[in-house]
Write a protein that binds this ligand. Sequence first.
Ligand SMILES: [Ca+2]
Ligand SMILES: [Ca+2]
Length: 168
Amino acid sequence: MRDPARLQALRRLGLLDAPPDPALDRLTLVAQRVLHAPAALVCLLDADRQIICSAVGLPEPLAGRRETPLSHSLGRTLVSFGHALAVGDLNADGNDEIVAGFRGRGYQLYVFTAEDTSGLRWRREILDAGTIAAADCKIEDLNGDGRPDIACVGASTGNVKIYENQGR
Ligand SMILES: [Ca+2]
Ligand SMILES: [Ca+2]
């Protein structure tokens, strides 16, 4: 999160405290509609805060405030620890879950489930503890049973690991 090169690149963008951009808002709206999501955000992660550059469906006062502490940022976890990221409705409740790899001490694969429609509260569950440093993950129904499964490839081994969704 505090990588000087990342923060310098972020400042060069000139978007940290920029006014709302209608073009970006249109893209956010398209993302929300295409994904059938209750909310969609475009965020930048500064050293100590998450700047909400564009938001659709975000409740007040967050929508008007346009920034949160990093403690409220799922993106912080992904920037800090993520190897891989995939999105899909794993439990068929109509809302997407997020599958993310972890590359800190030990390897883990997590599933994040939204706890409300704000996009700010997520429950984290461990899908795989210690057997894969996922460089990439995809969510697809691999066995044709109607439930999306997860396939991940290991960063150093190139091995593919399949997690069959058993509907639990
Ligand atoms: Ca779901
Ligand atoms: Ca399946």
